[in-house]
Write a protein that binds this ligand. Structure first.
Ligand code: SF4
Ligand code: SF4
Length: 102
């Protein structure tokens, strides 16, 4: 089975091979999450200022199913949540889909 922490072939080598969630908040902020009616590029209402989920024990199944992968190595080292969101969206080619985005 493919190693989900390995960036795709040809990906710029600056990816850091991170294998743990560092609670950077990017995956709770960048994607749209239908179950939470959360739009693209907007932090989830349940994400606290320290990038932790304050409904962790009752979070929806979609959040329970989410697993860290190579994208974490790309986004987690970025110092600001806004920067991490931007990079996450960029990786998936979604930066122009954000309402009010450039
Ligand atoms: S993007 Fe990765 S490191 Fe950041 S909170 Fe999500 S799973 Fe954790
Ligand atoms: S409910 Fe919790 S785990 Fe799910 S996106 Fe919101 S903050 Fe993240």
């Amino acid at each position: 089975m493919a190693d989900r922490f390995q960036p795709p072939p040809g990906y710029p080598p600056r990816s850091v091979l991170a294998r743990d969630c560092t609670a950077c908040g990017a995956c709770c902020s960048a994607p749209d999450i239908h179950a939470l009616q959360k739009p693209l590029g907007v932090p989830c209402l349940h994400l606290d200022a320290g990038c932790l989920c304050h409904i962790y024990d009752t979070r929806p199944q979609v959040c329970r199913n989410y697993q860290p992968d190579w994208v974490c190595g790309e986004v987690a080292p970025i110092p600001t949540l806004a920067g991490r969101i931007r990079r996450f969206l960029e990786i998936y080619g979604l930066e122009r889909e954000v309402v009010g985005g450039e």
